[in-house]
Each structure stands twice: as structure tokens, then as C-alpha cells.
Design a protein around this ligand. Structure first.
Ligand code: HEC
Length: 311
């Protein structure tokens, strides 16, 4: 009986879809190697992300669909000048599209995810969240953070840091140890501003002034001025390793933001391709990171934390 049913399903081409959710490519993002359909390495613990997806689908997608896709801004099919189009047309693909944008989720910490940090100050295009909306976004981000890092997002013991607090602490320390002289010595502005993507297009052609949530410019004071003060831009280059828990939190180079666009992974299908692992920009970033980390790790401390701006 069962085999007959399977044969019937197979004959009408339904077998592969049983239990799955039809999305863009027909596959369930939860079944992808990375757990979210964007195979960019942003789920280091390799967790099943379905609980996080459920919180997004029920508690967050309705809010961003209502508040961020208006006025032709962030909808996937928007025709305006904003190209960070993180609100899917089809709710079934809502989560996959949203989590693929570093510009939206940062490292998923509530202290660093622009979906929250950028809107909370109340200065972003007059958008505000109600308390209920903020609670739901927070619950979703905490779940993503917990699952993707394989660590509890909130401390089990009182008085111990949450992953979100640890994120803020290490980002501030790193930012406070950054120096323009190191930025210059490691050639960051020339390497990133003039880095080429396919078709001889340089990153600065589109990102010179921070368009689309990413800045790459050969204007060194401008480039350094932005990445050393604004969290949103900083997080495209650097992120936080939380896989060993809050106490061991550490700033690392953000490879997932580059992989998504360089390889044209969903939702960055139209982004010009480039080699994201070996290029002048990554060489410069590694050198800048190493110099800054040497200062971070010097004891007694030689640099004071600097709080990065959220907007
Ligand atoms: C022809 C214009 C163009 C060029 C050239 C270009 N980009 Fe982009 N970039 C975009 C657009 C549009 C977006 C926003 C849509 C998207 O993410 O696909 C974007 C987004 C990004 C993001 C943010 C991704 C996220 O998840 O938030 C990064 C990082 C990025 N680009 C890096 C680069 C780098 C590095 C180069 C040079 C090697 C480069 N881009 C060259 C147009 C461009």
C-alpha cells in the first residue's frame, strides 16, 4: 500500500516536496548545508535553525513587511534607490532573505543587529517599533545567536555576561585599539577601494560613500572615519566569535559578509562576483586585524574602549 502511494507521488513528481517548504529554488533552506539556505558560514555550530525561523516567521516578518517595505524602500521588488532589499515578496522566503543580509542582522546580537540597533534611536526614516515588536525581534535574535553559536544567549548564572553584552564589550575594545596609522600602514584604503569585482568594477564604484551598507573607498580619512566609528559598517569587515561563550568572545574577520556577495549567494544573486578568500583587501584586512589585536591583547591595557555608534 505504502509503496503504491510512493509510486503515485513519484509519478506526479511530489516525492521531493513532502514535508518541505517550497521556496525560490524549491528547497527548504533549513535543509541546506548551512541551515539557512545561504551557505556563507554564518552557522558555525551547525545547528538546526528551525526554532529561530519559526520566531521570525510569526513575530518578525509581519513587522518588517509592514514597516520596512513601504515607500519602495527595502522590499525585494522595490524600484527605488535603496538596494538592501531584505523584505521578501513571498513570506515563505522571508527568513532566508533576511538572514542573508549582514547589513540587517550583523552577528545576530541584540547589541549589534541593525534591524534593532539602527531603528531604536528613532532617527532612521521615522521608523519605530512598538514594545511588542521589539520584544519579538529580541526573542528571535536571541534564538539565532544561541543556535548559531551553540551557546546560551542569556547567562545561566547571574552577574555573568550575555552573548550580546560580550559582543558590545569586545567590539568596543577592538574599536578603541584601532589606529589610523595601522590603517595606513596596512594599505586598507587602496586595497579595498580599488579592489576589483568582475567586469573591472571596483568596490568603490558602488560603495565609496557607504551605499548598500558597506563602505570601501580609497579616500582614507573618509573610509577610516566611518569604519572606526559606526558599528553598522564595522560589522561588514569584522564580527565576533561567540562559539566559546561570552567570556571567550573575540573579534574576528567577517568572512560571511564577503562570501555572500562574492559568490552571489541568495539574496545577493545580482552582486558582481569576486574572489572573497584571496584578494588584496583580505590581505590588508588581516594585517590591520593583526596589528589591532596585538594592541587589544597587550597587558596592562594600552587602549580604552570606544563605543561604536548604532546609526
Ligand atoms: C555595481 C555595483 C557594485 C560593485 C562594483 C560592488 N558592489 Fe557590493 N553591493 C552592491 C549592491 C547593490 C549591494 C546591496 C545588494 C546586495 O547585497 O546584493 C551590495 C552589498 C555589498 C555588501 C553587503 C552585504 C550584506 O550582506 O549586507 C558587501 C559586504 C559588499 N557589497 C562588498 C563588495 C565588495 C568587497 C566589492 C568589490 C570587490 C563590491 N561589493 C562591489 C553593489 C556593488
Amino acid at each position: 500500500m505504502r509503496s503504491t502511494l510512493l509510486a503515485v507521488l513519484a509519478s506526479i513528481g511530489l516525492v521531493g516536496c513532502v514535508g518541505g517548504i517550497e521556496s525560490g529554488g524549491g528547497a527548504d533552506p533549513l535543509d541546506s548545508p548551512d541551515g539557512d539556505g545561504n551557505d556563507n558560514g554564518d552557522n558555525p555550530a551547525g545547528s538546526d535553525l528551525s526554532e529561530a525561523k519559526a520566531l521570525f516567521d510569526t513575530g518578525v516578518f509581519p513587522t518588517i513587511a509592514m514597516k520596512c517595505s513601504t515607500n519602495a524602500c527595502h522590499s525585494e521588488s522595490a524600484t527605488g534607490t535603496t538596494l538592501t532589499r531584505f523584505v521578501a515578496n513571498d513570506a515563505a522566503r522571508g527568513w532566508q532573505i533576511a538572514v542573508g543580509y549582514t547589513a540587517l542582522v550583523g552577528n545576530f546580537a541584540t547589541s549589534a543587529a541593525p534591524i534593532l540597533t539602527m531603528v531604536k534611536p528613532g532617527t532612521h526614516k521615522s521608523v519605530t517599533y512598538t514594545t511588542d515588536e521589539e520584544t519579538k525581534i529580541t526573542a528571535w535574535l536571541d534564538k539565532e545567536l544561541e543556535l548559531r553559536n551553540g551557546q546560551p544567549s542569556q547567562p545561566v548564572t547571574t552577574g555573568v555576561e550575555s552573548l550580546s553584552q560580550a559582543t558590545e564589550r569586545v567590539l568596543s575594545k577592538f574599536a578603541g585599539c584601532m589606529q589610523l596609522t595601522d590603517f595606513t600602514a596596512t594599505n586598507m584604503a587602496d586595497a579595498w577601494g580599488n579592489l576589483q569585482a568582475q567586469g573591472n568594477q571596483e568596490c568603490k564604484n558602488c560603495h565609496n560613500n557607504g551605499g548598500e551598507g558597506f563602505i570601501a573607498s580609497d579616500n582614507e580619512p573618509q573610509f577610516y572615519g566611518v569604519v572606526s566609528t559606526k558599528k553598522y559598517y564595522f560589522l561588514q569587515y569584522l564580527t565576533v566569535d561567540l562559539t566559546m561563550g561570552a567570556a571567550m568572545a573575540k573579534v574576528i574577520i567577517n568572512k560571511t559578509s564577503f562570501k555572500g556577495v562574492a559568490e552571489g549567494l541568495d539574496p545577493h544573486r545580482e552582486h558582481p562576483r569576486f574572489n572573497d578568500e584571496v584578494n588584496e583587501g583580505m590581505t590588508a584586512l588581516q594585517a590591520f586585524y593583526d596589528r589591532t589585536m596585538a594592541r587589544v591583547n597587550t597587558t596592562p591595557s594600552i587602549c580604552e574602549p570606544v563605543t561604536l555608534q548604532n546609526n
